[in-house]
Ligand binder design. Sequence first.
Ligand code: C5P
Length: 233
Amino acid sequence: MRPKDRLIVALDVPSLAEATSLIETLGESVGVYKIGLELLFGGGFALAEELAQKGRAVFVDAKLSDIEATVERATAAIARMGAAFLTVHALDHKTMTAAVRGRGDSALKLLGVTVLTNLAPADLIEQGIDHPLAELGLHRAALAKKAGLDGVIASGHEAAQIRGTTGPDFLIVTPGVRPQGSEVHDQARAVTPRAAIAAGADYLVVGRPITRASDPREAADSIVGEIAAALSR
Ligand code: C5P
């Protein structure tokens, strides 16, 4: 995998026109385009399909969670679109194995969402969950692996521990990445690209540091350079 293949750009923009313009600017300088709920509900599925048909790797960040039959069929539909990655909530074995069945023998990689990074311990208690956050994340990562998912979404702060318990072949995809000195926005636990790679992340998800940069292409190239430097250490 080339360093640029590890960079996933989050197309968190409100319109297809803005997404298309960003893709034109970034072109092949990044490996994967991630389309989240906002854009998915605004024509993003068609965009995902179009990109996949052009041979681009597309990440459908649908964060599936439903009864097994629905998750299985939704996953199958996303696999047929030609997506490269799909997120599923890593809450229970039967839902995740339904996604694995839905993916069938396609190349779609399934990533488990362990604990959303906006949740604090008090939010877990509100949900009736009385476990420390980090422990819960590790538990769900183990569940995801057992169910046959390809990897998990994990912050740079948990990546090393997850890597330690799930082994070298389980994918770790890390959002909340901020180059040194760049604005953190609402990411409470941001890490630099270098630190994320050093912690064992396979892929980095980067949104605003690229999409809101005055020169998105330059911002992406600079992050790819940092990934390359971190990998060569
Ligand atoms: O703009 P920024 O780089 O913060 O975007 C990060 C992307 O990663 C967003 O699309 C966000 O939804 C996603 N994400 C995250 N934290 C998670 C899971 C996904 O920031 N735990």
